[in-house]
Ligand binder design. Structure first.
Ligand SMILES: [Zn+2]
Length: 252
């Protein structure tokens, strides 16, 4: 059990790492928030709940500021994360949606698999359930076009499930154009944090929405491929698909 002092401290620090671990209900406004909500309530008015469901049952409404990604009108019936397997030409993937957004497109075999899955479910406060959805169908359709060489830009809405820093890095990744690469150092400079090369590399490695959030376009400054969740062959396959002329010139 987490101590009340720890919860109060998390709320004071707006600590995003506590998202999903407990919920902060405000007696005066009847609104329930995540611990990192920017709208700070008076401490004397708050009550803690371990799950969102308990708070909703007690009559609290989800905060519009910090819980945009939580369903507003489903009280007792928590939304699930629909998840389906997709066989891509470079490896098996898990494609999943939460509401009308894509929350995962990741390699089925990846050493951080269970850690990433736990984080996504905790962040969205929802459980995986095998199945499909409109977003998943559209995402797979776009992936098929991409692998056939007919699609360079994706237009599926995504929901990020990470810390503020991870989200900043992932948003930046979405700006790297098709067929180009940048180094971890350049990526760190892009987010105005040139010294954070290692942190940027680790945020890049924990991106759960591969291809749509193109972490494969980040390579070492020496043009080495470095690491990739789907394995180096998958990374090489994606880069060669996007830029056939680099194939065979021994860039890596
Ligand atoms: Zn809030």
């Amino acid at each position: 059990m987490m101590k009340t002092e720890e919860k109060i401290k998390a709320v004071r620090n707006r600590d995003a790492s506590y998202r999903g671990k407990f919920f902060v209900a405000v007696r005066t406004t009847k609104i329930v928030c995540t611990p990192d909500c920017p709208a700070k309530p008076l401490e004397k008015n708050i009550v803690f709940y371990d799950t969102l469901e308990e708070a909703l049952q007690a009559g609290y409404r989800p905060c519009k500021i910090c819980m945009k990604e939580f369903p507003n009108n489903k009280r007792n019936n928590m939304e699930t994360i629909k998840i389906t397997r997709y066989q891509s030409p470079v490896g098996d993937m898990l494609v999943g949606s939460y509401g009308d957004k894509l929350c995962i497109c990741d390699w089925a075999v990846e050493k951080r698999r269970s850690t990433i899955d736990r984080r996504i479910q905790r962040h969205l406060n929802a459980k995986y359930e095998e199945g499909t959805s409109d977003v998943i169908e559209r995402a797979i359709g776009e992936l098929e076009e991409y692998f056939a060489g007919h699609r360079k830009i994706f237009d599926i809405p995504v929901v990020f499930t990470g810390s503020e820093f991870q989200c900043t890095v992932w948003e930046e990744l979405m700006k790297i154009p098709y067929g180009t690469t940048i180094s971890y150092g350049e990526l760190a400079r892009c987010i105005h944090n040139p010294k954070a090369v290692r942190a940027v590399a680790s945020a890049n490695a924990t991106n759960p929405i591969s291809i749509f959030v193109p972490c494969h376009r980040v390579i070492g400054s020496n043009h080495k491929l470095t690491g990739y969740g789907g394995g180096l062959d998958a990374k090489k396959g994606l880069l060669e698909l996007e830029c056939p002329k680099i194939k065979g010139i021994g860039l890596w």
